[in-house]
Design a protein around this ligand. Structure first.
Ligand code: C2E
Ligand code: CA
Ligand code: CA
Length: 710
């Protein structure tokens, strides 16, 4: 969780701050440059403006003069260079320009063609000045550049300009409509639709023209003349403007370049930083952080509906012991080998592989069928076992499946948005821990039962102390009978949990938990004390008591004074020792053999009989029999569960009985349910039978009846 946060923080701080700073800087610089440039251009234009006004006034005079002289239907344009005007007649023909009468027909209407769309222009007779008109609307600037400046530059502009202008435009359109000279191209052109360049007759660019609106008062009655002046810009001015525009463009380009380079450098830096974050110090491969970030990314990106994913935890069993008996260096070399093997066996793009903690590795694997995945895992584990040719290692894996799942209840369906790889990996680890009871290679898949088991485990651990305190554990007795005479010969004390919350709980559901968490020691004492107290009570009440065996878990045998502890507990109830028998499970015989023999001898010295429980189940203990001075051998219920009818089971049983007899041990057969078995065991000389055929485990009060019956 924290890893993910750290990673996100790096990603964020990397480019964010600088990017914002550079952007702010860029915006400010560009704005300042634009404003400065605008001011400069405005200044240049302003210095020329006064002359324009003069010219316009001159034109107004002329207009009045023409009108009063009876030459109606004229329209005036202001010329640019000569500060003059042109006058068109009703047919659009130029009748006056540059203070001269041009009625000879030199002024003509021309088209600018593709350079400035739909813009027509008038040229004077020398073609040195042009007057753009768009669709006959004089008011409309053909030039974006001008409209951009219009409001700033032409401050005295009348607000009714547009109206007036379009009225004029209508007027002019009518006048131009007839008798126009048709479209011709001539030696000027517009570029970028912005500036109209003026080209002299020998093909030289001599300037550019910007149309500018001007208005002047015509008379005292408030009549105004609005004229459009082509404000000429000399090449030199244009160069200045060009340089300003160039500088602005250059600054913008440089800034953008800086921004891009900066972003790239940041990206590279980030890559490097994240690659350090993802690098595992031991294996040189991917680490846990990588698994968390890139694994989750992969799982979330997974949109391929045919592919399911499995999060896998693989542990090298007993790694710590290997390091202790070899060296850390060798241990880490081994981890490197394991990592390389895993990496080789995972798809580099669609799967993930990482070294998590010292002995564990994390994988994200793709699979199609669960069968396929299991086969692949088995193959992988097999390869891993042989990772070192001199040494065979065990590997255990836990698997958490993430799929669409046919079963809606399944824990395998994880909504993509809620998917947290840490949680999924933790579940894989939980599944692996189920295997930790032994050191064998294998894998376990996380399932719903595992969740329930885990919850149950937590509940039991939480309640255990209180349950003992409240005497919720009760002792059941299962009688043992002599199969020849059907007489009661003994009993085994078996624990039951009468929980106010969960009801009657069988020992299979809590004894293994106590065995793991160590609480079994307390339980065994509890049982022993209760059995001793019961026996003493029954003895005093005159019952015909027989020995009762009590289970003592292997966890107990680490305590060197176990025999004394048992003796003290039984003595506290003043119960005769011969009425108590101690059952040890077969697995206990694997630990410290010498200490075990010692304990058995001491127990026997105190007068307790000692029996070996579950003989023949799981572990082979024939060898331990020769050293263990046991009194009783309990044949495991497994012997009587088989369905073999070829007589082999019976041979084993009769041989086991003979073996016990020869070693001077009594023999008890457990889990006997049918009469044929009883008869067989009787004929073979089995001393006692403890099984449902005779009796199920029962409460003390029922057991009292059994004692009475004998
Ligand atoms: P166990 O010591 O092998 O106990 C014998 C189990 O076999 C008992 O199960 C008993 O009810 C069952 N059994 C006896 N005869 C038959 C039969 O004919 N058919 C079948 N199907 N089962 C039969 P239970 O009481 O459920 O105990 C299970 C295990 O729990 C015990 O196996 C023992 O390992 C453990 N356990 C029970 N009580 C204690 C205790 O007080 N302390 C310790 N440490 N473990 C205990
Ligand atoms: Ca037992
Ligand atoms: Ca048993």
């Amino acid at each position: 969780m924290t890893n993910k946060r750290i990673y996100k923080k790096i990603r964020r701080t990397g480019i964010g701050g600088t990017l914002v700073a550079v952007l702010i800087f860029a915006v400010i610089t560009v704005s300042v440059l634009l404003v400065a440039g605008q001011q400069l251009i405005a200044y240049i234009i302003d210095t020329k403006m006064s002359a324009e006004y003069e010219a316009l006034e001159k034109m107004a005079d002329m207009y009045e003069r023409l009108e009063s002289s009876g030459e109606a239907d004229v329209y005036g344009y202001l010329d640019m260079y000569e500060r003059d005007y042109i006058i068109l007649d009703g047919e659009g023909k130029m009748i006056h320009a540059k203070g001269e009468d041009t009625r000879s027909g030199n002024g003509i209407r021309i088209g600018i063609g593709t350079y400035i769309n739909n813009v027509e222009a008038f040229a004077d007779k020398d073609f040195s000045v042009i007057y753009p008109v768009e669709r006959g609307r004089i008011a409309l600037d053909p030039i974006a550049f001008i409209s951009w400046f219009r409001h700033d530059i032409i401050k005295p502009l009348d607000e009714s300009l547009d109206e007036t202008a379009s009225a004029d435009a209508e007027d002019v359109r009518e006048r131009l409509g007839s008798g126009s000279a048709g479209r011709q191209s001539f030696g000027f052109y517009g570029e970028d639709d912005r500036v109209i360049y003026l080209v002299s007759e020998d093909g030289k660019v001599v300037g550019g023209a910007l149309p500018v609106w001007l208005s002047v008062n015509m008379d005292d009655k408030g009549l105004k003349l609005i004229g459009k002046a082509m404000f000429g810009v000399k090449l030199r001015d244009m160069e200045v403007m060009g340089i300003i525009a160039g500088v602005i463009a250059l600054v913008i380009v440089l800034l953008s370049l800086y921004l891009i380079i900066h972003a790239l450098v940041e990206m590279v830096r980030q890559r490097r930083v994240t690659s350090y974050f993802f690098r595992d110090a031991v294996t040189g491969g991917n680490n846990r952080m990588f698994f968390q970030i890139k694994g989750e990314e992969l799982l979330k990106k997974m949109r391929n509906r045919n592919k399911n994913y499995a999060v896998v935890d693989i542990e090298l069993v007993n790694y710590r012991n290997y390091v202790v008996s070899h060296s850390l260096k060798q241990g880490e070399a081994l981890l490197r080998k394991v990592y390389r093997l895993l990496e080789k066996n995972t798809h580099s793009k669609n799967e993930r592989c990482a070294h998590m903690t010292a002995p564990t590795f994390g994988l994200v694997l793709r699979y199609i069928s669960r069968n396929g995945l299991e086969m692949r895992l088995n193959g992988l584990l097999e390869l891993l076992e042989k990772v070192d040719k001199d040494h065979k290692f065990a590997f255990q894996a836990g698997v958490k499946l993430i799929d669409r799942g046919e079963d809606a209840e399944s824990t395998n369906i994880v909504p993509w948005k809620e998917l947290d790889i840490d949680e999924e990996y933790n579940k894989a680890c939980a599944a692996r821990e189920v295997l930790a009871v032994n050191d064998e290679t294998g894998f376990a898949v996380f399932n719903d039962q595992l969740v329930k088991d885990r919850q149950w485990l937590d509940t039991v651990q939480e309640k255990q102390a209180k349950a003992v305190e409240n005497e919720e554990f009760i002792v059941y007795y299962q009688p043992k009978y002599d199969p020849k005479t059907d007489e009661l010969r003994g009993a085994e004390a078996l624990i039951r949990w009468q929980s106010p919350e969960f009801g009657f709980v069988t020992p299979f559901r809590f004894i293994p938990i106590f065995e793991k968490n160590g609480f079994i020691t307390e339980i065994d004492h509890y049982m022993l004390a209760h059995v001793a107290a019961d026996q003493k009570r029954w003895l005093d009440a005159g019952f015909k008591c027989v020995p009762i065996s009590v289970n003592v878990s292997r966890a107990h045998f680490i305590e060197s004074d176990l025999a004394e502890q048992i003796r003290d507990i039984v003595d506290a109830a003043t119960c005769p020792h011969e009425l108590i028998e101690i059952e040890l499970t077969e697995s206990a015989f694997f630990d410290d053999k010498k200490a075990l023999i010692e304990t058995i001898n001491r127990l026997k010295g105190y007068g307790f009989a000692v029996s070996m429980d579950d003989f023949g189940a799981g572990y082979s203990s024939l060898n331990s029999l020769k050293d263990m001075p046991l009194d009783v051998l309990k044949l495991d219920a497994d012997f009587f569960r088989g369905t073999s009818d070829d007589g082999r089971g019976e041979i084993v049983v009769s041989e086991a009985i003979r073996l016990a007899k020869n070693l001077n041990m009594r023999i008890v057969a457990e889990g006997v349910e049918v009469k044929e078995q009883v008869d067989f065991l009787a004929s073979e000389g089995c001393d006692m039978i403890q099984g449902y055929y005779y009796a199920k485990p029962m409460p003390g009060t029922d057991y009292e009846q059994r004692m009475i019956q004998g």
